[in-house]
Design a protein around this ligand. Structure first.
Ligand SMILES: Nc1nc2c(c(=O)[nH]1)N[C@@H](CN(C=O)c1ccc(C(=O)N[C@@H](CCC(=O)O)C(=O)O)cc1)CN2
Length: 292
């Protein structure tokens, strides 16, 4: 089963995540089914990609007595009435579920340690089964959180490194996060890893795609720098954007100043994106996202 379920106190709560081609009556059908099953909706967010059809997205949080005992019955009803009856995609997620998140890093520590610190404080609904890095530098920091650290060097044979990544990740994770991981992933890896990959790019995309964005920002004389969290696709830094933010820059800032200011924005943007993904709030809509 994807994810890991936390304590028993949340077993009677769940969220139902529904998406598909828009049509009249979906909200009523989902709400009616939950009510018919004896549930009470405690939160509901819905969006359609445009006014005349398009795509439908909904996240419904509900309380249902004895849900743990009745889970198969509830799941079967959703499969019949929402998936089979309306042709929608639907996922029933236990409220206490924790996504299993593998984090990739290189030498920069700020995004990685920020995520580990927030996870330890319970601010992000995830577990971190392992951290993978192409450099050994951050090993002691990661092991200090009680999390396995695996050094997988990436030399001339990137395919060999990616094969090791796939062996380490196989069936063990629900999400991969690139926390300033400075290696371009192949399309083959992205296809075979089988879970979403989120990257933090250290610029306000679409500005400054690729390497060294702060150096290029300084050369351009921009007055704003920023960070972008996006799903990773084969096309570098072109994937669906989840979250962005900016901070002011001036002529007085050196590249080192921009990197320092930018690091704060990278951390907050990546943590929000990972938090929302783990809460099943992010829906992919073509090359963009809907965040509910
Ligand atoms: N397939 C994808 N892989 C990665 C993406 C992506 O969007 N699609 N994002 C990058 C992160 N990144 C910028 O945010 C980035 C990382 C690395 C490079 C790069 O030129 N790397 C060189 C090696 C550099 C080195 O060894 O230090 C390379 O891979 O040949 C550019 C941008 C993460 N991966």
């Amino acid at each position: 089963m994807a994810g890991e379920t936390a304590g028993a106190e949340q077993v009677d709560h769940a969220r139902l995540v529904v998406s598909g081609d828009d049509r009249a009556g979906i909200v009523a059908a989902v709400s009616g089914l939950i009510t018919e099953l004896g549930g009470n909706i405690v939160a509901l967010h819905q969006a359609s990609s445009d006014r005349s059809g398009g795509r439908f997205f909904q996240r419904t949080v509900f309380y249902l007595p004895e849900l743990a005992r009745r889970r198969d019955e509830v799941a079967d009803a959703i499969e019949r009435r929402i998936v089979g009856g309306l042709g929608m995609q639907a996922r029933l997620v236990d409220a206490g579920e924790r996504k299993r998140v593998a984090i990739f890093a290189s030498k920069s520590d700020h995004c990685l340690l920020d995520l580990l610190w927030r996870q330890r404080r319970g601010e992000i609904e995830m577990t971190v089964p392992l951290v993978i890095s192409n450099h050994p530098d951050l090993g002691d920091d990661v092991r200090g959180f009680g999390i396995p650290f695996v050094h997988v060097p990436v030399g001339g044979d990137k395919a060999a490194a990616e094969a090791e990544h796939l062996r380490l990740l196989d069936g063990q994770v629900d999400l991969v996060v690139l926390a300033r991981y400075m290696q371009i992933l192949s399309g083959d890896f992205l296809e075979r890893v089988g879970v979403p990959v989120i990257n933090i790019h250290h610029s306000f995309l679409p500005a400054f795609v690729g390497a060294n964005p702060y150096q290029r920002a300084k050369e351009r004389g921009v007055k704003l720098i920023g960070a972008t969290a996006h799903y990773v696709t084969e096309d570098l830094d072109e994937g669906p954007i989840i979250e962005q933010d900016v901070v002011r820059a001036s002529h007085e800032d050196t590249v080192a100043d921009l990197r320092r200011k930018g690091a704060g924005v990278e951390r907050s943007v990546l943590s929000r994106a990972v938090t929302w993904h783990c809460q099943d709030r992010v829906f992919r809509d073509g090359n963009s996202t809907v965040v509910l």
